[in-house]
Design a protein around this ligand. Structure first.
Ligand code: FAD
Length: 392
């Protein structure tokens, strides 16, 4: 039995199994056969994007009333785990897009929801979340991109960087300063729905260690004019809260990516260790390799359970920030550790571009950086933990 077949994975809302079966078939037929070549060529998988539209992935977590699938977080997490095991990078094509949709669905006006969500759900409009700047990542309140009100418009100037889908996407949730002098700083921040247009250009596409094929880019705003009705929720000063309001689901998603990589590394190492022989026996019979496999299997299982635990809390409507933070932190570290161990178990072949282990090793570190670095994650977990456990 593989971890993906474990009983916990079978639980979930009705219809969940059918969808996941369809995703499994798509992965085997379309994704696995091309992942290695596309990754090495850093080539954008346009045809997979069309198939993702047909599968409904661009509307996966958008409500059914807006044309989305309205998936529970637990189903969505399982879907992301499965795709990430085959090729993690492509989950960014729809996940960053869903973060944009979530900001609109959670905080937008009725008019904004009716205008944007159906087009986002169908994948007709695709995009992402534009928060990070050259001088501000973790410290988001330090952003400098400004939006100045001029009658019925805002005039926007500044630069964003590391924006997923920056080249291929056409619309972004854009975090700006509407009042650079505000104290505390977050009161001067606002979030806009920003479609590409005059004054909004793409700078360079960034070269990366891994997470290939999906575009990460610099976005440049020079006197970019946006109608005031693109301000999410219609009220200034809510941007920081809105931009971080999707973090629970965002962290469950990154955790699920980590689970996919950790389990795939384990599966590849397990298979290889049973066929590769040294000193007259398969290497899985050497205790040094067994110690590695034992740790890898435990890490992968724990990462899966933490992620499903966080998703279940989210689906019950409970506050899930602590669970989501723990899952994100643990699963991403599990991905990193399992991919290195899988590489070691493969010996020289783990270093070869003809084996998939090297891609897992290059993709894993991103999960430790995205949706809050793991340094911050542990601090956030500790703060929450202390708050929930005051001295009696
Ligand atoms: C491939 C990729 C895709 C991305 N996609 C997007 C995207 O779509 N949209 C977007 O907005 N951003 C995106 N990002 C940016 C990402 O969110 C940031 O890189 C991340 O938030 C960290 O910010 P930073 O790189 O500026 O690091 P910094 O904030 O400069 O941090 C540097 C180091 O200091 C540590 N650190 C910082 N502050 C503290 C503290 N208070 N205590 C302890 N340690 C601290 C950090 O953990 C890190 O180790 C992407 C990044 C990558 C690599």
């Amino acid at each position: 039995m593989s971890l993906a077949d474990a009983p916990l994975d079978a639980a979930g809302p009705p219809g969940d199994g059918e969808l996941l079966d369809a995703i499994d078939r798509w992965i085997e037929r379309e994704v696995r056969p091309i992942a290695r070549d596309y990754d090495h060529a850093d080539r954008y998988p346009h045809h997979l994007v069309e198939q993702m539209r047909e599968l409904g992935l661009f509307g996966a977590t958008i409500g059914q009333e807006y044309g989305g699938l309205g998936l529970a977080a637990s189903t969505y997490a399982k879907l992301v785990m499965r795709i990430s095991a085959a090729w993690m990078a492509i989950t960014g094509i729809f996940n960053s897009h869903l973060m944009l949709a979530l900001a609109i669905e959670k905080f937008g006006t009725e008019e904004q929801k009716r205008l944007w969500l159906p087009r986002l759900a169908s994948g007709e409009v695709r995009g992402g979340l534009a928060l990070t700047e050259p001088d501000a990542g973790t410290d988001l309140q330090g952003i400098r991109l400004t939006a100045r009100r001029e009658g019925g418009h805002y005039l926007i100037n500044g630069t964003k960087t590391w924006i997923s889908n920056g080249v291929e996407g056409s619309c972004f949730a854009l975090l700006v300063k509407t009042d650079a002098a505000a104290e505390p700083r977050h009161r001067g921040m606002s979030l806009f729905i920003a479609p590409k247009g005059p004054g909004f250009s793409v700078g360079k596409k960034l070269e990366k260690l891994g997470y290939k094929s999906i575009d990460s880019a610099e976005l440049i705003f020079e006197d970019y004019r946006l109608p005031a009705d693109c301000l999410i929720g219609g009220v200034e000063g809510q941007g920081f809260y809105q931009a971080t309001g999707g973090l629970e689901l965002g962290r469950i998603n990154v955790a699920a990516r980590g689970v996919g990589i950790a389990e795939e590394a384990l599966a590849l190492a397990t298979a290889y260790s049973q066929v590769r022989k040294t000193f007259g026996k398969p290497i899985c019979e050497h205790q040094a390799i067994q110690l590695k496999l034992g740790e890898m299997a435990t890490r992968a299982r724990a990462a899966r359970l933490l992620t499903l635990d966080a998703a279940a809390a989210f689906d019950r409507g409970e506050r899930a920030d602590l669970q989501a933070g723990m899952a994100k932190y643990f699963a991403s570290e599990a991905a990193l550790e399992n991919s290195i161990e899988a590489m070691r178990i493969h010996g020289a072949y783990g270093y070869s571009k003809e084996f998939d282990v090297e891609r897992l090793y290059r993709d894993a570190p991103l999960t430790c950086i995205g949706e809050g670095t793991n340094e911050m994650q542990r601090i956030i977990i500790a703060r929450q933990w202390i708050k929930r456990n005051p001295t009696r």
